[in-house]
Design a protein around this ligand. Structure first.
Ligand code: MEV
Length: 313
């Protein structure tokens, strides 16, 4: 018996890093997906195949002793077969660039939890999300949970660590141009870099938290109006706050400059230090924005909002 699930990647429109300190973030999922297929096997082994490598292990290993980016899948499979006399084979296929701030690992955790656990029982979306966040914590202990949440439910969401998530029902008419710096980054080390900033600059950070919070509240109202110019200004403002907390660099700044010149607004998405930036466009400027990035040799593509979230087959 086989079970298959797919989950979308994501862009953080507003509030990355600040969300770790309790401010609400706004995220949207994008039309690039990870698909995971899981199958029971008679041999009691956990076998994981992906574009970035393979992992074959006996069950019941200590998670802390596994040194592989595929660790979340092992965690999920091991938990699922605890009281079962079976092994599992998992295949992963991703359209989402890896380690680029576009939610590839969260989408893997969500699609992985769904494909693996549905081999044994009918599992609710809430339970899948809970399992996905547990799995994500094996590689990034302090995750706010925002990424897995949007990958599960799709569309645009507001997310607060305390408040949980709320779906934003407005469907604004925008397209995103996403450009990849191709600089590798680790979310964990970027989040700990921000922590150092917070410790050294307590007062400044507390002001920034208030400013970001106000910005997010303004944006929640603006989304209803479908006004890309004003939304773009807020995106540029958010980028300034991200620069203040030190997650940008020269390459990202060059990309932001192109994005801000050719679209309504542009900012880093995700933890920064590398990965991707996005520019807010619509049919009036999407092609021009893509052209400018391509002319300057940046890898880029346009993306639309995915309204489906987790899909199971
Ligand atoms: C990473 O995509 C987003 C961060 O805010 C971390 C998190 O929310 O867990 C940097």
């Amino acid at each position: 018996m086989k079970s298959k699930a797919s989950a979308p990647g994501k862009v953080i429109l507003f509030g990355e890093h600040f969300v770790v300190y309790g401010v609400k973030a706004i995220l949207c999922s994008i039309n690039k997906r990870v698909t995971v297929t899981a199958e029971k096997t008679s041999e009691r082994k956990i076998s994981i195949n992906s574009q970035i490598g393979n992992l074959i292990l006996e069950p019941n290993k200590l998670i802390s002793e596994i040194n592989s980016p595929l660790k979340p899948f092992y965690y999920l499979a091991n938990k699922a077969i605890k009281n079962q006399d079976t092994g599992i084979e998992i295949k992963i296929n991703s359209e989402i660039p890896l380690g680029a701030g576009l939610g590839s690992s969260s989408a893997c955790c969500v699609a992985g939890a769904a494909a693996i656990f549905r081999l044994f029982e009918d599992v609710s979306k809430e339970k899948i999300l809970e399992l996905a966040i547990e799995a994500e914590r094996t590689i990034f202990e302090n995750t706010s949970g925002a990424d897995c949440t949007v990958c599960t439910y799709g569309g645009i969401i507001e997310y607060g660590k305390k408040q949980g998530f709320k779906k934003i029902e407005d469907e604004p008419n925008f397209q995103l141009v996403i450009a990849n710096s191709n600089i590798e980054h680790s979310t964990e080390s970027m989040v700990s870099g921000v922590k150092t900033f917070v410790i050294k600059n307590k007062e400044e950070f507390s002001k920034l938290l208030n400013q970001e919070s106000k910005l997010v509240e303004d944006v929640l109202k603006l989304l209803k109006e479908n006004n890309p110019e004003e939304l773009g200004e807020k995106i540029n403002q958010n980028q300034k706050y991200l620069e203040t907390i030190g997650i940008s660099n020269n390459q990202l700044k060059k990309m932001i400059e192109i994005g801000q010149k050719t679209s309504f607004g542009a900012k880093i998405t995700g933890s920064g230090g590398g990965g991707c930036i996005f520019a807010l466009t619509n049919e009036s400027n999407v092609e021009q924005s893509l052209k400018e990035f391509k002319d300057k040799n940046f890898e880029c593509f346009s993306a639309e909002i995915d309204f489906k979230g987790l899909n199971t087959f």
